[in-house]
Write a new protein. Sequence first.
Lengths: 257, 87
Amino acid sequence: MEGIETPPLASETIAHIGSFEVRNTLIMAWLAMLVIFAVAYFTRRTKYREIPGRFQSFIELIVESLYNFFDTVIGDRKQTRMVFPLIATIFIFLMLANWMGILPGVGSITILGEHGGKMLNLPIFRSMNADVNMTLAIALISVISTQLFGIAVLGVFPYAGKFFVAPWRDPIGSFVGILELIAEMAKIISFSFRLFGNIFAGEVLLTVVAFLVPYVAPIPFLGLEIFVGFIQALVFALLTAVFLKMAMTGHGGHEHA
Amino acid sequence: MPDVAVAEAAKTAVASLDKNLLVSLTMGFGAFVPAFSIGWIGTKAMEAIGRNPEAANRIQTPMVLSIAFAEAIAIYSLVIALIIKFV
């Protein structure tokens, strides 16, 4: 199987803005953002009438069903209202990017450029989450905002008191606190690699299947990629919601979800 | 020296065979327990839904969450296999 050119682990640089490298996954991220901006612009133009037209009621359907879904996870209506923009954006952005990554043209429209010291045909578009930089960035946003929301709801010292327990007062608790601190770091790695691994493996799978049997056989794998893209976006947002809920819960109300 | 060229070609072939074998073994062994655990989670969820069909939605969401956690372990091993193969 020497002939298959599987997509490389690192994303390829397409252009340079000064010394900043513009990569194909970055271009895809910009396109996903453009789509979201366009939808937001058209939503704003409806002026949110009392009796909605078709587009407005479609957007309201999406927002309301997402809100109710995350409400069942978080439980408290007010807290859901507080964190909803973050988790809904994560969900919609990731799902859009994952689904845009399987459109025709992604990975096939190439330009001649240098990668790894060799001149190759580099695809201009590549699925956004096939780049560890992107998934790591979103994972960092998710985990850091979890800490910030926890501090906002509980206060700095009660929130820090979950991790830093005085060892002379509660030795087991202080050990558990250290473990919780390590778990926060593990969450960053877990988030980023779960999403990266799923999407990158899907890319390689589609490339290999298209190489082996170009006609008809890639169809179920494309279906699998649609499903995986949706599930991974959902899982990312859902896990963020669960960790947010656990962060915003004080030490007294311990309900292990 | 045709012998040297043949020997070097054979050495790289064996090295790539070793490397490919290691890559596939890594992924294969790393997927045993996650696959089993996903099946276990699904089984318990099916049993719970069968016992109480009205609670299906409330069981489904934590089930999907748990399956994602279990699958992440398999994804870690996939990432290691990819790193060995491509780096």
